[in-house]
Design a protein around this ligand. Structure first.
Ligand code: SF4
Length: 84
C-alpha cells in the first residue's frame, strides 16, 4: 500500500522514538521499486534501535494518525521485505 503522510503527530508518541514518516517514505519507495537499493542503503545508516525492527507494535502512533495508517503493520512488513 502507498502511504503519503506529513503531519508528524505520531513521532512524539513513539516510545522507540522512530522517525516514522521517514521510515514510511522509505517503505513506500521500497515497495514501489520492488526492492531497490535506496531503502537498504538508508537503513544501514541507522543504529539498530532506530530501524523498523525496533518497532514493538504498541500502536500508540496509530492512535493519533489522522489517516489511520497501519504503521505497526508497515514496520513489520518492511522488516520482512528487507530480509528478502
Ligand atoms: S507501533 Fe512501532 S512505530 Fe508505532 S509507536 Fe509503537 S513502536 Fe513506534
Amino acid at each position: 500500500m502507498k502511504y503519503g503522510c506529513a503531519c508528524h503527530y505520531c513521532v512524539s508518541h513513539c516510545p522507540q522514538e522512530l522517525n516514522i514518516p521517514w521510515l514510511l517514505e522509505l517503505y513506500n519507495e521500497h515497495c514501489f521499486t520492488e526492492g531497490g537499493f535506496l531503502a537498504p542503503m538508508a537503513l544501514s545508516s541507522l543504529s539498530e534501535d532506530k530501524k523498523p525492527s525496533a518497532c514493538i507494535g504498541c500502536r500508540s502512533c496509530e492512535a493519533v494518525c489522522p489517516q489511520q495508517i497501519k504503521i505497526s503493520e508497515a514496520m513489520s512488513d518492511f522488516v520482512r521485505k528487507m530480509k528478502g
